[in-house]
Write a protein that binds this ligand. Sequence first.
Ligand code: 13P
Length: 283
Amino acid sequence: MLVTSKELLLDAQKNDYAVGAFNTNNLEITHAIVRAAEAKRAPILIQISAGAMKYAGVEFITMIVAKAAREATIPVAIHLDHGPDFKTVMVALRAGFTSIMRDASSLPFDENVAEVRKVVEACHALGIPVEAEIGTLGGVEEHVVVSERDALMSDPDECARFAEAGGFDFLAVAIGNAHGFYKGEPKLDFDRLAAIRSKVSIPLVLHGASGIPDHQITRAVESGICKINIDTEIRDAMIRTIQKFTQENPNQIDPRKVLAPAIDAMQAVVERKIEIFRSAGRA
Ligand code: 13P
């Protein structure tokens, strides 16, 4: 069933698990995500970025995801990932998204607040929840000196002021996480996460979770993360499986035969993540 994300994240917060938010670009990825969630009886968010909207066409991709969500026997929210501006948010709302992220984290604090408030006013009028972000994701490399590393991450006091001033529903934090695969083993800053958790009462979101070891994900969930974003590991499973299949079957030109094992591989990734996030059986 198609739902908004608010009740999903509040239930996760209350019951100490995290809802998986998985990115899609097309039919095959969407099928893989929904099949995994059905198999594990887990609530999920399916995320569409501005890049995915451009690639697939907003109406096309939203119709695919909305159809899958409506037919699913588990709750599914359609979420805008990293909404880059107000216009993209409006386009997503009109298309039927049920959850919005406005990412203005690259702007100074006051401008981030102003941008987010604008989106919150529009979305809340429609009953749609909003995620916002503070701090800098990625680029937080091991060789960066500690003071610089600290400066890029979300500051707990600033998080509290941001949540208070922004009036949004979920907060995405930068605690050493980055998008894409990590160069070495990532080290999430759990002291920082605990400090943020103690000052902010709304659900917290972890972006860039592909490649973060399971034990750190478990600890993040135990420390109050309620939504976890996965994109890269799904893409990796898809493309590596297609590469292997086409190498082994160079004469196979039926896309359905080439893509079927890739869907299975993506489903397996999503099922594993759902287990680690402790959202299996929560639907
Ligand atoms: P990964 O690509 O690292 O899994 O991150 C996904 C994400 O955070 C999307 O917002």
